[in-house]
Design a protein around this ligand. Structure first.
Ligand code: NAD
Length: 332
């Protein structure tokens, strides 16, 4: 079995490549132009002869000589800071990039999975969000380059399924976190973790009452792999229904890092969704999937990863105390 992962040098894509190899795929090809990804993310995989890295922009086409059995289309800027910096590239990869990935899948008779997003629900008026909800997206707001690119990518995927017989499916990914997020990518977990570890003020947008549901990356990847094994179109929500306010999250991270950073409020970005929580009934019924990693455990693994990179020494007390499972000794 041969897998192609577009955006495979990104945060989720690199975890996917790793897990596909572990799952026994004979060959995993990663296509990435490093717009928001990095070679470091796949450095370990480069030693594996079953892994191949192609440096290329998928909006210009995807050239693969060998047979491909599954295509996972994950290329796209994903953090608000990234897609606001690259609005045109975001629209192009959602449109042209998705078309090229679908063409390749049809040509090879491969299973295709599109990485869509909970952003297709916009600022939702229905809570939690089931896949049947059509969303509340501002089509001309600053976030629309991402939201509408993904909505178009979903429409294109369904059109290829109907008109070209593509064996294509869509997963709508909710906020996912874990090792290999970029410290400065603007997403809430790396931002708060790095601020806490660095002892600088932890910034919470608005009054911090807005919620997100955070899924640990290993769980998310497990759901994506299951989507490869079925022929259904979905869309299927993949996310962790455990909802936390941003203020609660900041306090958790401060406790888990043992940081003394103060929590400060900064203005809310435009069109920021107030609440997010996936209804994962369909993922359970179709894929037998549910997230397994508790938020605290996922946060600890993520904190350890960032701390190790920042040369911040960690001492993990045993057994874990309820108040601070992780004591962080910041030696800067
Ligand atoms: P990421 O930015 O870390 O990874 C995206 C990768 O795509 C990067 O390596 C980037 O260089 C690559 N890329 C971008 N444009 C490209 C192009 N034209 N050609 C080739 N490669 C290109 O983001 P991520 O968090 O890993 O997200 C991966 C996918 O999952 C994205 O499609 C994103 O929309 C989706 N998603 C992620 C989340 C999340 O919480 N992380 C939530 C919803 C959806």
């Amino acid at each position: 079995m041969r897998a192609l992962v577009t955006g495979g040098a990104g945060f989720i894509g690199s975890h996917l490549c790793e897990r596909l190899l572990e799952a026994g795929y004979d060959h995993v090809v990663c296509v990435d132009n490093f717009l928001t990804g990095s070679r470091d993310n796949v450095a370990r995989l480069m030693k594996n002869p079953r892994f191949q890295l192609i440096s290329s922009d998928v909006t210009h086409g995807i050239v693969i000589d060998d047979q491909v059995d599954v295509v996972l289309h994950f290329a796209s800027p994903a953090s608000p800071a990234d897609y606001l910096r690259h609005p045109l590239a975001t629209l192009r990869v959602g449109a042209e990039g998705t078309r090229h990935a679908l063409e390749l899948a049809v040509e090879h008779g491969a299973r295709f999975v599109l990485a869509s997003t909970s952003e297709t629900y916009g600022d939702p008026e229905v809570h939690p969000q089931p896949e049947s909800y059509w969303g509340n997206v501002n089509p001309v707001g600053p976030r629309s380059c991402y939201d509408e690119a993904k909505r178009y990518a979903e429409a294109l995927t369904m059109a290829y399924r109907r008109a070209r017989g593509a064996n294509a499916g869509i997963v709508r990914i909710f906020n996912t976190f874990g090792p290999r997020m970029r410290p400065g990518d603007g997403r809430v977990v790396p931002t708060l973790v790095c601020q806490a570890l660095g002892g600088t003020p932890m910034t919470v947008t608005g009054d911090g009452s807005q919620t997100r549901s955070l899924c640990y990356v290993d769980d998310l990847v497990d759901g994506v792999l299951r989507m490869l094994d079925v022929t259904e179109a979905g869309p299927v929500n993949l996310g962790n229904p455990h909802e936390v306010t941003m203020l609660e999250l900041a306090r958790w991270i401060r406790t888990l890092t043992g940081s003394r950073s103060e929590i400060v409020q900064v203005p809310l970005p435009a069109d920021d969704p107030k609440r997010r929580r996936p209804d994962i009934t369909r993922a359970g019924a179709l894929l037998g999937w549910q997230p397994r990693t508790p938020l605290e455990e996922g946060l600890l693994r993520t904190i350890e990863w960032f701390a190790a990179r920042g040369e911040v020494a960690l001492t993990v007390p045993t057994p874990a105390s309820p108040e601070a499972r992780l004591a962080v000794d910041i030696r800067r």
